[in-house]
Each structure stands twice: as structure tokens, then as C-alpha cells.
Design a protein around this ligand. Structure first.
Ligand code: PBG
Length: 319
């Protein structure tokens, strides 16, 4: 029955009524906070509020996060030194490994995810080893697998490959199984687009490519069907969770992945998405909290089960 019998405004009249019929809720359990580990504490101008943390400070942060009810962190490392191969990525005394051992011991309740990629560790800033000016796919796989195993040996609960090499999920799955880590899940950055929205992260991690760009391995933002093929292949190779990244420019992709596949779907609310709202809020153009809650709700409504977001700690304080 149409108007006047039907009046949708009836259920919008009070905050209590609106809460009763709300379809999508923000639940801290679904959120993951990225952390940047570094040899020493350093502010992070590109990502205000996301300082680079020494291992000691990361442990302090971990304890605070546990107190706030945050469930999970995603660790990135900024090493002392870089080389052509990115060997800091798998060195057992690498920055992420030291952080993992300390957090594992001091923050037993925190789920520790690690980003598996070489770009923060290579002198050229690409996500794999080079053959001339190309990133060599198959030669990179073994290094990624070695990195993933080293993370698990240092205490990671799950590994998240973000490099976009073909076949890396299979290579990592096989290496983890060989190393006795058959129980460790892989959170695959499956549909990762070559995006301008990673800018602040690359500045923060010092991982911008020194020549060229990442379009030879990350996806063209114009493609949706190809994203589904990426997901299908990653699943066939053994991925446990499929990720779409960035989140807000790709809500349609999140929805399509959610509808096609019956595995948990993650979305990465990336550094540029964070930076846009932070900058606008600083200028007084937006109400930060309202804008963030609306954005995060939209990502969940699109179909993301898990959300990786730099707002996770603020969210814990707001909820
Ligand atoms: C590493 C990696 C990147 C991000 C996550 N893992 C950078 C990139 O691919 O250039 C971006 C995260 C963000 O922007 O918040 N490959």
C-alpha cells in the first residue's frame, strides 16, 4: 500500500526506532588496524596519527589496543636498509620479525596479520625482483614464500600477500605446508588495483617505485570481471580470505565478490581514503566522526566481512 498508508518516515522518527531497524552495524570485531614497525619511533607526516613505531612502542600500542577491544593488527615493516632483492623481508631478525616476537609474547589476545610483499625492502621500491625494468614474476614467488614462512615462524597468525604476482598464493600455501604451518590462513589481496590512493602509504613506508609504476602487476581500476578472475584463481590456489583494495572506490567490486564467493571478504580502506577525510576534517569541511562512520558503514554494507582501516583505534573509542 502506498502513501498515505505507507509512511517510511515512521521508523525514522527517533534514534531508538532507527537503531532497531538498522540493517548494517559497525562491530569492532570486524576491524583490523595497520601498524608500521620501524627501527625507532618517528612521526608519520603522510599519515597523521599513524606513527612509525619501534618494537617497544608497538608493544605499548598493542596493550592499549587490547584494552580498547581491538582484535587484530596488520604489520608493515620499514627496515634499516634495503637491497635489490628485498632480503630484509625474510631475515629472521627483520623489523617485522622482531615486532612479531614481542607482540606475540606481550599481547596474546591480539590477532597478528602480516603484509607479505617486497616493496618496503627493495632499493628500487618494486614488489618483486627485477629483470631489466620488469618485475620477474616466477623468480619473486620463492622470495615471497620465504617471507611468509619467516613471518609465521616469528609468530604471525595469518599472512596477507599484497604483491600481485601470479601464483603467489599457491607458492605461499605450499611453503607454509612444508614448514609445518598448514593451519595458518592466507588473506589474499586478491583484487588489488593500481591506485593513486596508496600515495600516503608509500610515503610513510618509503616504498614508492624509483622508476615506472605498478600497473604491470596491480589491476586496472577499470576492470571488474578481471577482479573476479583474480579471486577465483586465488581461491583455487588456497586463499582463505579474499581482499578488495582500495575499498571506497570499489564498493561494486566488494559486492560482486561477496555475491560470487562463499569465503570471508576483506576490504582495505587505504591510506588515501584516510588522508582525504583527515584533510577535509582539518579544514573544517567535514565532521570527521560522522564522515568516517558513514564510510565504514558503506564498506560493510557493500559486503565486506572484515575491514582493514587506519580508523580502527578511533572507532574503538567512538563505539
Ligand atoms: C605493499 C602494500 C601497499 C599497500 C598495502 N601493501 C602499497 C602499494 O601496493 O603500493 C597500500 C596500503 C595503503 O595505501 O594504505 N605492496
Amino acid at each position: 500500500m502506498a502513501f498515505p498508508a505507507t509512511r517510511l518516515r515512521r521508523l525514522r522518527r527517533t534514534a531508538g526506532l532507527r537503531a532497531l531497524v538498522r540493517e548494517t552495524r559497525l562491530d569492532l570485531d570486524a576491524f583490523v588496524l595497520p601498524l608500521f614497525l620501524a627501527p625507532a619511533d618517528e612521526p608519520n607526516d603522510a599519515l597523521p596519527g599513524m606513527s612509525r613505531l619501534s618494537v617497544e612502542s608497538a608493544v605499548e600500542k598493542g596493550r592499549e589496543l587490547e584494552r580498547l577491544g581491538v582484535r587484530a593488527v596488520l604489520l608493515f615493516g620499514i627496515p634499516e636498509a634495503k637491497d635489490d632483492e628485498g632480503s630484509g623481508a625474510w631475515h629472521e631478525d627483520g623489523i617485522v620479525h622482531r615486532g612479531l616476537r614481542a607482540l606475540r609474547a606481550e599481547c596474546p589476545g591480539l590477532v597478528l596479520l602480516t603484509d607479505v610483499c617486497l616493496c618496503e625492502y627493495t632499493s628500487h621500491g618494486h614488489c618483486g625482483v627485477l629483470d631489466g625494468e620488469q618485475v620477474a614474476n616466477d623468480e619473486t614467488l620463492e622470495l615471497l614464500a620465504r617471507t611468509a614462512v619467516s613471518h609465521v615462524e616469528a609468530g604471525a597468525d595469518a599472512v596477507a600477500p599484497s604483491d600481485m604476482m601470479d601464483g603467489r598464493v599457491a607458492a605461499i600455501r605450499a611453503a607454509l605446508d612444508d614448514a609445518g604451518a598448514a593451519d595458518t590462513p592466507i588473506v589474499a589481496y586478491a583484487a588489488k588495483y593500481a591506485s593513486a590512493f596508496y600515495g600516503p602509504f608509500r610515503e610513510a613506508a618509503g616504498s614508492a617505485p624509483s622508476f615506472g609504476d605498478r600497473r604491470g602487476y596491480q589491476m586496472d581500476p577499470a576492470n571488474l570481471r578481471e577482479a573476479l578472475r583474480e579471486c577465483e584463481l586465488d581461491l583455487a590456489e588456497g586463499a582463505d580470505v579474499l581482499m578488495v583494495k582500495p575499498a571506497l572506490p570499489n564498493l561494486d567490486v566488494i559486492r560482486a565478490v561477496r555475491e560470487r564467493f562463499d569465503v570471508p571478504v576483506a576490504a582495505y580502506n587505504v591510506s588515501g581514503e584516510y588522508g582525504m577525510l583527515r584533510a577535509a576534517a582539518e579544514r573544517g569541511w567535514l565532521d570527521e566522526r560522522q564522515a568516517v562512520l558513514e564510510s565504514l558503514t558503506a564498506i560493510r554494507r557493500a559486503g565486506a566481512d572484515l575491514v582493514i582501516s587506519y580508523w580502527t583505534e578511533d572507532l574503538a573509542r567512538w563505539l
